[in-house]
Design a binder for this molecule. Structure first.
Ligand code: HEC
Ligand code: HEC
Length: 355
């Protein structure tokens, strides 16, 4: 009897202590310690990093409104709906807002596709907003070359606000953002910053960082150690349209490649094209579409060819001002593009079996 009541008391105590700890958000303490949920910037700043692109708090702006702009394409002010940002898209037409990688220091197209296959998230041309406030450069690599004549690219490459505006003008076909709208989007981005647990840090790594937080000399090296654990600027490599070559018959027995192709078709192409969701052109999950796509892809330089479209993209045309952004090598590798054809042709020739 006595033993039981002691156990009960212990259980009650641990609940109280547990809740006590939970109601103390890590970020409100002076950090010499951190947990898995601690926002990464809190740790970085304690290690001496500056330049966090925090949102300004101005009247009307909030992370909730930012989330509405990003996911719905409009928000409200004084109880009234704002004008839509774009006639055609929302930000999530092209960008995810969730993690795209198991390990943010390993960001190959293969890593990204495996993660999309596992989680079911869309597989898109643009980079995710998750962790975007932890990046310091935007529109990198070949985007910088593509827009080298546009003076705005200089600003956009090092400043997150300018990057948002640059995307709006050049990709999202959006109207201009008012200041409170821009700050709202940025506030929303801050809710998507990395937490300590998003980085692949071992227990030993974390102990080392905790020690460094208490000693002035070790801070700089701890900072660069942490920065080696996530990619701070998304690389971008444009590729030429590949020459079409029919896959070998053996390839149709490669279930991993067929599955990759299926994930790309369903979580990328159909994300925008199923029932003309974000485009004026419809792709379906059915034989006629597969036949048409297969045939088009065999023709060199044909605008409906998947090889052409994914590498060149499609600029806005008369009447329709929506455009399809190209896929860089980082967002769709050459092997993945072949896997897409493999899957589509298997469906077209009715030789696809569910893997
Ligand atoms: C039609 C597609 C499309 C839409 C819609 C779109 N974007 Fe983009 N965005 C892109 C592409 C393509 C890039 C360049 C590649 C990348 O993200 O790495 C880009 C890049 C960005 C970047 C820089 C990312 C980086 O790490 O380099 C920001 C910031 C951004 N977009 C914000 C927005 C916001 C905010 C919206 C909605 C208001 C939006 N985008 C809507 C296609 C789009
Ligand atoms: C982010 C959204 C998006 C994704 C992802 C996407 N597309 Fe598109 N696609 C568009 C838009 C927008 C157009 C422009 C034409 C339009 O709206 O009619 C377009 C155009 C096309 C066209 C040409 C239609 C024409 O009118 O000439 C084809 C074919 C096509 N896409 C196939 C694909 C395939 C295959 C994939 C997957 C690898 C894909 N798309 C992925 C948005 C997308």
């Amino acid at each position: 009897m006595k033993k039981r009541s002691i156990l009960l008391l212990m259980a009650a105590l641990s609940i109280v202590i547990g809740f006590g700890a939970m109601s103390f958000p890590e970020s409100s303490k002076i950090i010499t310690d951190f947990g898995d949920e601690t926002p990464l910037w809190d740790v970085l700043e304690k290690l001496g990093m500056s330049g966090a692109p925090r949102a300004k708090s101005i009247a009307e702006s909030s992370a909730e409104r930012g989330s509405e702009f990003v996911h719905k394409g409009y928000s409200s002010k004084n109880g009234k709906k704002t004008a839509k940002l774009s006639k055609f898209y929302v930000c999530t037409t092209c960008h995810n807002t969730v993690k795209e990688f198991e390990d943010p220091s390993k960001i190959s197209a293969a890593d990204r596709l495996d993660y999309a296959a596992k989680t079911g998230i869309p597989y898109l041309q643009a980079s995710t907003f998750y962790g975007i406030v932890n990046r310091n450069n935007f529109f990198n690599g070949d985007y910088r070359k593509q827009f080298e004549k546009d003076p705005e690219i200089q600003k956009a490459s090092g400043d997150i606000r300018a990057a948002i505006k640059f995307c709006n003008k050049n990709f999202a076909q959006s109207r201009e953002l008012e200041e409170w709208e821009l700050e709202s989007i940025l506030s929303y981005f801050w809710t998507l910053q990395f937490k300590v647990s998003d980085l692949k840090l071992s227990t030993v790594d974390k102990e080392q960082i905790k020690k460094a937080l208490q000693s002035e000399n070790a801070k700089a090296s701890a900072l660069s150690f942490i920065q080696s654990k996530y990619v701070q600027a998304m690389p971008a490599t444009f590729l030429k349209i590949p020459r079409f070559a029919a896959p070998k018959e053996d390839a149709y027995k490669d279930s991993k490649r067929l599955k990759d192709g299926k994930v790309i078709y369903e979580q990328s192409c159909l994300h925008c094209h199923l029932n003309k969701r974000y485009s004026f052109f419809s792709l379906e999950n059915e034989l006629l579409t597969f036949k048409a796509m297969e045939k088009a892809t065999r023709s060199e330089n044909y605008i409906f060819s998947m090889y052409y479209l994914t590498r060149e993209g499609l600029p806005p045309r008369m009447g329709h001002h929506s455009a399809m952004p190209l896929f860089t090598a980082e967002k769709l590798s050459p092997e993945q593009l072949e896997s897409l054809y493999l899957y589509v042709s298997a469906r077209a020739k009715k030789k696809y079996k569910e893997q």
